[in-house]
Design a protein around this ligand. Structure first.
Ligand code: C2O
Ligand code: CU
Length: 544
């Protein structure tokens, strides 16, 4: 039977401060965060679910993990410890390129998504480690990662990145949010704070009757993979680790930091009473001014930071709905289950909950000069081809190349580039680039796609296949609320998306204050985790 909606209250994850105070001054700290197997209650009527989760100890570990609150310009060191058992709770597929330890254990490695940090702290897929560092991957160098937090303030998240196991390790619960604060920046924006500043981490999951997480273990015929499926779609929508939760709210403003932490499902969320979202930021940056939208299309790994203005309608119950098809954009419309996300129950304001009359105010400066200057002709241009769909190959390679093949993307540290991402598939793919922040500047449809795709499959050279002759279709404008420095940009099917990528600090235009050119380098990939694992991912190596 299906679970009753809106019976569990929405929890918030515990917060860990990523800085300390000494004689009134803010000082750096070192944190130790572990990965633990424990049981998690996703719903009142569902038996406890075995999960892998982050926490400072097993007892305090949560699904998702604790929210780490770091301070701009205050470096944070984190020692990530693996305390996981010998066996994974989810099926393992050795036919995708994957970490296979010789002595058992669950390979893990942590990536702070959206952060500018040295390559040794990036969480390379080859830098995996098992419990107690008993076994480590070929790129493993250190147990303690350093996050300089030198970039502009915004919303990030941390999650597992082990080779070929990312989809299973995140599905099991290895994910959490991370905030870089800079009080001087957002104080003037007058955003709701403290108890009115909420994280919503949305993730779809399917469960077996015994409460355990369901993941297909038979693979998709006629493929050769025993377990891998092109996209994981769960029936149940969880928010902060609860299935379809509810939240009691007053008629006042709330800040919602919404992360879609699903493996593959896009969400197009709206509020049932028509209350709009005032978007103030996306991913790890703030917009120059708030943008008001009736709904928000959120790809896997994408983050929107929004203010909702007090649910002003007379309705006492407001549902957050989802209308995104899966796969996006041409798949099935959501059904009665995954078309719902959560419910807000509006309660009357008491004396301690006065209405609030403040407004979200604009600020400036995050766009930086990179965008204004893009397209003047001195950037390096690169073509990136998203592959043909499954059936042509059993692996989803970018530009026909594997992760292990020699690096082809080698930007100079401190520069800006224009990438032309050619999507020949029928799916939208959320592109994620490590280290660099980026934004779409143009999305143009390819005409005569079949001929172009056919040529690309043969020749694998966009210029020789006449990309300029084909990329002459309608131009889709980039939504105003996505015109900021992002960490994930949605690549529409049958389009060439031109993105400007900054390999420097986007607010100051300064080079990184660390060596970004060291081994093992970085990666870029599709953030549909099933695509990333098999193996829509390529290396990225910075040159001095
Ligand atoms: Cu959010 Cu390479 O990952
Ligand atoms: Cu993809």
């Amino acid at each position: 039977g299906s679970l009753q909606m809106y019976v569990d209250p929405l929890p918030q994850m515990p917060k860990i401060r990523g800085y300390g105070f000494q004689q009134g001054r803010v000082v750096p700290v070192n944190l130790t965060i572990g990965m633990f197997q424990k049981k998690w209650k996703f719903h009142r009527d569902l038996p406890e679910t075995p999960v892998f989760v982050y926490g400072q100890c097993a007892d305090s570990a949560t699904f998702p993990g604790p929210t780490i609150v770091a301070r701009h310009d205050v470096p944070l060191a984190v020692t990530w410890e693996n305390h996981l058992p010998d066996r994974h709770i989810l099926p393992w597929d050795p036919t995708v390129p994957t970490a296979i330890p010789n002595h058992g254990g669950v390979p893990t490695v942590v990536h702070l998504h959206g952060s500018a940090h040295p390559p040794q702290s990036d969480g390379s897929a080859f830098a995996w480690f098992t419990a107690g560092f008993r076994e480590t991957g070929p790129a493993w160098t250190q147990a303690t990662y350093s996050y300089p937090n030198v970039q502009p303030p915004g919303n990030l998240w941390y999650h597992d990145h082990a080779l070929g196991l990312t989809r299973a390790n995140l599905l099991a619960g290895l994910l959490g949010t991370y905030v870089i604060e800079k009080p001087e920046v957002y104080a003037p924006m007058d955003l709701p704070c403290n108890g009115d500043d909420l994280h919503l981490v949305i993730a779809d999951r399917s469960f077996n009757a015994d409460g355990s997480l369901y993941m297909n273990s038979t693979g998709a015929a006629p493929l050769v993979h025993p377990q891998w499926q092109p996209e994981y779609f769960g029936e149940v929508v969880t928010v902060n680790g609860k299935a379809w939760p509810f939240l009691a709210v007053h008629r006042r403003r709330y800040r919602l930091r919404i992360l879609n932490a699903s493996n593959a499902r896009y969400f197009n969320v709206s509020l049932s009473d028509g209350t709009p979202f005032h978007v103030v930021g996306s991913d790890a940056s703030y917009l120059t001014a708030p943008v008001t939208v009736p709904s928000l299309l959120i790809s896997p790994a994408e983050i929107f930071d929004v203010v909702v203005d007090s649910f002003a309608s007379p309705t006492a119950e407001v549902e957050m709905l989802n209308s995104a098809p899966h796969p996006f954009p041409t798949g099935a419309a959501p059904g009665p289950l995954n078309g719902k996300v959560m419910k807000f129950v509006v309660t009357p304001n008491g004396p301690r909950d006065p209405p609030d009359s403040s407004t979200v105010r604009p600020r400036g400066a995050v766009r930086g000069r990179g965008v204004a200057g893009a397209g003047v002709g001195d950037e390096t241009h690169r073509d990136v081809r998203v592959p043909d769909a499954v059936g042509v190959s059993t692996h989803l390679y970018i530009n026909g190349l594997r992760l292990e093949d020699p690096v082809t993307e080698t930007p100079r540290s401190g520069t800006t580039e224009l990438w032309h991402v050619i999507n020949l598939t029928g799916d939208n793919h959320p592109l994620h680039i490590h280290l660099g922040m980026f934004q779409a500047v143009k999305m143009q449809q390819l005409l005569d796609l079949q001929a172009f795709a056919g040529c690309m499959a043969q020749v694998n050279d966009a210029v020789r296949c006449g990309v300029d002759r084909h990329a002459v279709g309608p131009v889709v404008t980039v939504p105003e609320h996505e015109k900021t420095w992002k960490n994930v940009v949605k690549m529409p099917p049958g389009f060439v998306a031109t993105v400007v990528v900054a390999f420097k600090l986007v607010d100051t235009d300064q080079p990184y204050p660390f060596d970004a050119t060291a081994e093992p380098g970085y990666v870029y990939h599709c953030h549909i985790l099933d695509h990333e694992d098999n193996a829509m991912i390529r290396p990225l190596k910075l040159l001095p």
